[in-house]
Design a protein around this ligand. Structure first.
Ligand code: PLP
Length: 445
């Protein structure tokens, strides 16, 4: 079953660098890294070689019976990549983001039980967020469209608002510097209202697909981290989209110098070469389980899959050798991210573009029917989808989304190219995107 019965999908057969080809020989520039997945570029042969070598040697063992050298070595490399905060920590490998989020939620619950806080089970999260499509992940997600139908099947915990400066509820003029503290205070209220039952708070450091790369104001995440500490609530950073260099740091939390207890990675972790997710836990969390009941009550048949781990490990090697985190740093002169930022900013001249925001190689372009009032397009127009189609016609792949205003209205695109994108490719892509926006705007309402 394809994602849509109505849409026709080109059939992809080959990838190289920032390009993907379909069966008709048409070439597409992958300006969104699929869905912010591909970071090192398509078709890197050494990843395929590493996967094949692992498959020839040992394709699979079950994690209840064996560990493997690739799991042990790669886990340590990831902990090192995550920095000081994860020294002495542990890594739990999964087959993707949603599984990793489920794992993190259960890990937080078990941690609280192990330290004698068994009344704590709720996970507070943010509205307008996305943490995955399994039922536990949907519980903490705030993406209205993706969860609405399944609401009778999920537990409801508190969702708090967060600073989305272009449409700030406080109508501020300082880039949400002050009101960021109001939003953080709302979290403390929600934790207190949970009456001793809050186990964790989960958040995307930079909002992903749901809001389109909204970057928090200075001070906000630091306050959030401090509140969680004070309230005995674990801090779970969902870096499925922002991790592994995407924002110009190894992990996005480094921009604000905060130290989560649990960090979730996927997407860029294997750059799409194999299904892979990882949950990094600090020594504090791992020790509580190790010295308590001694076993994490959780598991998937395919966690720690050797071939996926070989892919992830080879990706990390490429990412380091080519300094792709540096390429994704928009503060570094001449980097791919700096060029992308400057180029995307030119889209503001278009009548239908209300906001251009983001960090590193993760950007959002929000569309409006009226610039002065920021009035969104009518949702049934599917303006972002129209732009996406007009772009695909021109050989440009972007990631259109709706609902950024209130969960239903609001159109935006996510732009997240592989870090190997060149200045010429950025220039071409932004030119095509500009034309696609004009084509969508010229279509009848
Ligand atoms: C922030 C975030 N968390 C979790 C997920 C779920 O990951 P997956 O689609 O690999 O299950 C996604 C996917 O888009 C995501 O962006």
């Amino acid at each position: 079953m394809r994602r849509s019965f109505r849409k026709t999908f080109p059939s992809a057969v080959r990838g190289e660098g920032v390009y993907v080809w379909d069966t008709d020989g048409k070439c597409y520039l992958d300006f969104s890294g699929s869905a912010a997945v591909n970071f090192i570029g398509h078709g890197v042969q050494e990843i395929a070689t590493a996967m094949a070598a692992q498959a020839k040697q040992l394709e699979f063992v079950h994690s209840s019976q064996f560990t493997t050298p690739v799991a042990e070595e790669y886990a340590q490399e990831l902990l090192d990549f995550a920095g000081r905060n994860f020294a002495g920590g542990r890594v739990y490998f999964t087959s993707g983001g949603s599984e990793a989020i489920e794992t993190s939620l259960k890990m937080a619950r078990q941690y609280q039980v192990e330290i004698g806080q068994s009344s704590r089970y709720q996970v507070v999260s943010r509205g307008q967020s996305y943490h995955g499509s399994t039922l536990g992940a949907l519980t903490v997600s705030g993406n209205k469209r993706r969860r609405e139908m399944y609401l009778p099947m999920v537990r409801e915990f508190a969702h708090v608002a967060f600073p989305y400066c272009y449409r700030c509820a406080y109508d501020c003029t300082d880039g949400c510097r002050n009101c960021g503290q109001e939003y953080a205070a709302d979290l403390e209220k929600a934790i207190k209202a949970a009456n001793g039952q809050a186990a964790a708070f989960i958040f995307e450091p930079v909002s992903g697909a749901t809001l389109g790369a909204v970057v928090p104001p200075p001070g906000y995440l630091q306050s959030v981290a401090e509140i969680c500490r004070r309230q005995g609530v674990l801090l779970i950073a969902d870096e499925v989209m922002t991790g592994m260099g995407r924002t110009g740091r190894n992990f996005a939390v480094e921009h604000w110098d905060i130290a989560p207890d649990i960090l979730v990675a996927a997407k860029g972790l294997s750059s799409g070469y194999s299904p892979l997710g990882a949950v990094l836990v600090t020594k504090k969390v791992a020790d509580a389980i190790a010295e308590g009941s001694g076993a994490f009550l959780h598991g998937f048949t395919y966690n720690c899959h050797p071939i996926s781990l070989a892919a992830g490990r080879a990706v990390l090697k490429v990412l380091r050798r080519e300094d792709l985190v540096g390429a994704a740093d928009d503060q570094r002169a001449g980097s791919a991210a700096a060029l992308l930022k400057t180029s995307l900013e030119t889209l503001r001249e278009r009548a239908a573009v209300g906001d251009v925001r983001g960090i590193g190689l993760l950007w959002g372009v929000e569309f409006v029917a009226d610039k002065a009032s920021k009035k969104p397009f009518a949702p049934e127009l599917n303006f972002a989808g129209r732009v996406g189609q007009a772009a695909a016609k021109r050989g440009l792949m972007v990631y259109p989304m709706q609902g950024c205003v209130d969960g239903v209205a609001g159109d935006h695109l996510l732009i997240a190219p592989p870090a190997v994108i060149t200045s010429e490719e950025i220039g071409w892509a932004v030119k095509q995107l500009g034309e696609a926006i004009e084509e969508a705007a010229a279509q009848p309402a």
